[in-house]
Design a protein around this ligand. Structure first.
Ligand code: TPP
Ligand code: MG
Length: 373
């Protein structure tokens, strides 16, 4: 029997040579490449712009190196499916097709942001796209299961997807969600990007086993492990699982082994904490999901320099226009608070709004103008 996948077994394999295009059309392959490039360039641009400009109003957990799962998801999810995500939210926001300029504006704290500039990167949601994230680790998984329960109850063919890291499986809420979804046979996809670390902590320092799939199966959750940087494999696995979920055969979990190149949070280098080796980082950079696919497509003539240059040019233009939109947008006023308050009829909200209108909090508005976040 072959040993199950894990970060230990994967980093011993050298360069990945398993990427197969069987059953994939040239146009889908190019779309997967383009989606990964869009996300990579967007994250690189935000990363580069964060300092010294210091105009972004929130912490950001970048996802450079983890583009494969969002790109694959983006080609499978439907508009009326629900997607939930965690602090590292940009890939999932992107995968759900929510408007990127509203992501940029949100990060810049502007009124035109997806949440009026008040949620920031890790709590961003886009209701119209049925996309919701949240910084409480594993919190959005339970909400995702609630949405799946609603779909099941209404007998709809919608599915609920929750994307998170292996660190969320340290939380009791994850196991409660798994137990309930398994028992109720819910149309729920637990999408794990196992990047080995929770902040600076190795999975094997937190858990006895680094194989989550084996532990969820006894709860009635179908579970599949994949090498997550093979975007074609990711696409095929997600498609197959989602088809089964739509046909009432749920729930499912996919554990995709991947790696974040950037620090846990922010653009500052967190290597000073010495929590991962240079060899490990080199292994994952050599197995960059974009390079693995691009090389394969170049080898069979499905992309060439001209196609790549055109993709890059279009992406650069899109990113520049998103920055411009964000920077030219106004900041929210404190009086705009009530627009995102769903509890308008609550006495406390009414009182706070009245006080805000009377100018009681104007001093904070003044203080906010003093300097960057
Ligand atoms: C309930 C709760 N506990 C702790 C934290 C602090 N925290 C933020 S990110 C993180 C690690 C997350 O690791 P993982 O789930 O693997 O996701 P990754 O950052 O690797 O993408 C922790 C512990 C939190 N946000 N919420
Ligand atoms: Mg992790």
């Amino acid at each position: 029997m072959t040993e199950p996948l894990s970060h230990r077994t994967i980093t011993q394999m050298g360069r990945y040579i398993g990427l197969s295009l069987d059953g994939i059309s040239p146009s889908l392959a190019r779309t997967l490449l383009r989606q990964m490039l869009r996300l990579r360039r967007m994250e690189e641009a935000l990363h580069a712009e964060y300092h010294p400009a210091d105009e972004m109003r929130c912490p950001i957990h970048f996802c450079i190196g983890q583009e494969s799962i969002p790109a694959a998801l983006s080609q499978v999810v439907r508009f009326d499916d629900y997607m939930f995500s965690h602090h590292r939210s940009h890939g999932y926001y992107f995968a759900k097709g929510a408007p990127l300029r509203e992501l940029f504006a949100e990060i810049y704290g502007r009124k035109t942001g997806a949440n009026g500039g008040k949620a920031g990167s890790q709590d961003i949601s886009h209701c119209e796209s049925s996309f919701f994230s949240g910084a409480i680790l594993a919190g959005a998984i339970t909400i995702g299961v609630g949405a799946a329960f609603g779909f099941r109850w209404r007998k709809s063919r919608q599915i609920s997807i929750s994307g998170f890291g292996e660190g969320a499986t340290d939380e009791g809420a994850f196991w409660e969600a798994v137990a309930f979804a398994g028992k109720q046979r819910l149309p729920m996809l637990f999408m794990i990007e196992n990047n080995r670390y929770a902040t600076f902590s190795d999975q094997l320092k937190r858990q006895q086993w680094d194989n989550i799939c084996e532990r969820v199966r006894p709860f009635g959750v179908r579970a599949t492990q994949i090498f997550g940087n093979d975007v074609v494999l990711a696409y095929q696995t997600i498609s197959q699982e989602v088809d089964k979920l739509r046909n009432g055969d749920g729930p499912a979990l996919i554990e995709a082994y991947t790696y974040r190149w950037n620090s846990h949070v922010g653009p500052e280098d967190d290597g000073v904490n010495r929590y991962r080796s240079a060899e490990e980082i080199a292994f994952w950079k050599a197995n960059c999901p974009i390079v693995l696919l691009e090389e394969r497509l170049r080898g069979i003539g499905w992309v060439d320099d001209e196609i790549i240059h055109q993709m890059e040019a279009e992406i650069a233009e899109e990113i520049a226009s998103n920055f411009q939109f964000a920077k030219e947008s106004p900041f929210p006023q404190s009086i705009d608070w009530h627009r995102s308050n769903f509890a308008l009829s609550s006495p406390l909200a009414d009182q706070l709004l009245k006080e805000a209108e009377q100018g009681k909090y104007d001093q904070y508005q003044e203080e906010a103008k003093l300097g960057p976040y």
